[in-house]
Design a protein around this ligand. Structure first.
Ligand code: UD1
Ligand code: CA
Length: 465
């Protein structure tokens, strides 16, 4: 879809978020794996605006940095932060002379969907309104601005702190999301005063300004009030996160994924999971992870930014970060795959095995108690229990290469840099410091001696005082 040249999005994100009690700016707090502002941007992208302006202020540099990856976003600084109307005013220099519709979003309303935004723009344009306010009818309106109607039409918005007891009974609330006619907006903002309980310039007052000027103000009442939930404190952040997760789980289940216990399954919004994969309780799948089809992810596994092909089994209690696992491989229980790990087709990584920056070839096995770091391991290699690649000399990391069909006996140390040739064997208990040629046996351990009759002689000997 091409950008709509007359549509501009402004996102308010300058407030401190006092009620979060945090050193982190509110909009950078995460729900379901993305910051709130990322969620809001995702929704705004779906109306393909010509420009996106984010109003920053409190810890502006921090917020700006988090948006650095998006060249299409412009930031304006609001300092000091004198309220939501004052915040929007800061965007005027960037939007002046650009006619059209301004869609205003709040950085702390992260559940908003693209579909609602598209509906907002449509309703606003169809009505030819000066402003259209997204509202919702909720069970607990506490804390939100209330929509005061007169003869059915919106007359003004009253904030919780400024509301009378009767006004507080109103259950229709302001979502903080609006569409404005850009040609009228900034002039109207100048007509707003700060005569309220907080001494701030309230954007909500634009409604009464327009009504006084006899300009049409519309509302769009959302069907699902959950969608416009604002986050002002940590409890609300947790609630919003839970709603996002539930939505993600439902999408996946509808697409053929079995989630044994959705309530204890935490899957970030960008994660892809193929059909007939079974996900057991307590599983966390984060970031840009992709899971193939017909996989089994057993209980209490965390997978972050990793790719699992089809028919992969991950047994209980594994941590998989930045790794790739090919078709039919089996991982765990209690395995740790760290970044830049590549597990080949049908390979097996077993109990208490840690892999870092290591590729384990197809059909190879490291079944028990191993550390394999900075290693390139070929196909059909058997890595015995307790094998360790000694990759670090205190200063530098060194590589270990194990060629195809090699066999590493249990409890061996491979002191890198070192290479075990194709088809070679390493005797159990070896400390290998030199390369083992192909098809050779490398053995490096103390020789065993058996002393015949030693026990009987020891027992006969008189005990020393
Ligand atoms: C606001 C609305 C309220 C609505 C609610 C919905 C006003 C006056 N009130 O209240 O009617 O029901 O949202 O969630 O608009 N911000 C700035 N600069 C400022 C102040 C705020 O950028 O000077 C930003 C905040 O970072 C936040 C957003 O504006 O992203 C909303 O501010 P907040 O203080 O959370 O407003 P609410 O009290 O929730
Ligand atoms: Ca808020």
């Amino acid at each position: 879809m091409t950008a709509q040249s007359d549509l501009h999005v402004v996102i308010l994100a300058a407030g401190q978020g006092t009620r979060m009690k945090s050193s982190l700016p509110k909009v950078l707090h995460q729900a379901a794996g993305s910051s709130m502002i990322e969620h809001v941007l995702r929704a705004s992208d779906s109306v393909t605006p010509a420009t996106i302006t984010v109003v920053i202020g409190h810890q502006a540099d921090f917020v700006r940095l988090s948006l650095a990856g998006r060249a299409d976003i412009q930031c304006v600084v609001q300092s000091p932060q004198l309220g939501t109307a004052h915040a929007l005013q800061q965007a005027e220099p960037l939007l002046a002379g650009r006619p059209g519709t301004v869609v205003l979003l709040s950085g702390d309303v992260p559940l908003l969907t693209g579909a609602t935004l598209r509906k907002l723009v449509q309703t606003h344009l169809d009505a030819g309104a000066a402003a259209t306010v997204v509202t919702a009818v909720v069970e607990r309106p506490y804390g939100y601005g209330r929509i005061i109607r007169s003869r059915g039409r919106i007359a003004r918005i009253v904030e919780e702190r400024d509301a009378s007891p009767t006004q507080r009974l109103v259950r229709e609330i302001n979502s903080g999301i609006y569409a404005f006619d850009g040609a009228l907006l900034f002039d109207a903002l100048r007509g707003i005063a700060a005569g309220n309980a907080q001494g701030e310039y309230y954007l909500t007052d634009v409604v009464s300004v327009y009504r006084r000027r006899r300009l049409p103000v519309e509302t769009l009442i959302v069907d699902d009030p959950g969608e416009v939930r604002g986050v002002n404190n940590r409890s609300e952040l947790a609630e919003v996160g839970a709603i996002m997760r539930q939505k993600k789980n439902e999408e996946l289940m509808a697409a053929g994924v079995t989630i044994v216990d959705p309530a204890s399954t935490y899957i970030d919004s960008d994660v892809i999971v193929g059909p007939d994969t079974v996900i057991h309780p307590g599983v966390v799948i984060q970031g840009q992870s992709r899971i193939g089809s017909a996989c089994e992810i057993q209980a209490y596994v965390r997978i972050t930014d990793s790719e699992l092909a089809d028919k992969v089994t991950v047994l209980n209690f594994c941590v998989i970060v930045g790794a790739r696992v090919a078709k039919g491989a089996a991982i765990g229980p209690f395995a740790h795959l760290r970044p830049a790990t590549d597990v080949g087709e049908g390979a097996r990584v077993g109990n208490f095995v840690e892999l870092k920056k290591t590729s384990l070839g197809a059909g190879s096995k490291a079944s028990h108690l191993s550390y394999l770091g900075d290693a390139t391991i070929g196909t059909n290699v058997n890595v015995g229990a307790g094998t360790i690649t000694c990759n670090y000399d205190g200063q530098n990391k060194h590589e270990t290469v194990i060629e195809d069909n090699a066999f590493i006996g249990s409890d061996s140390q491979l002191i890198a840099p070192v290479r075990v040739g194709r088809g070679a064997y390493v005797g159990a208990g070896s400390s290998i410091t030199r390369d083992v040629p192909p098809d050779a046996l490398g053995i490096a351990r103390g020789r065993q001696e058996n002393v015949e009759g030693w026990v009987a002689r020891k027992k006969k000997a008189p005990a020393k005082a």
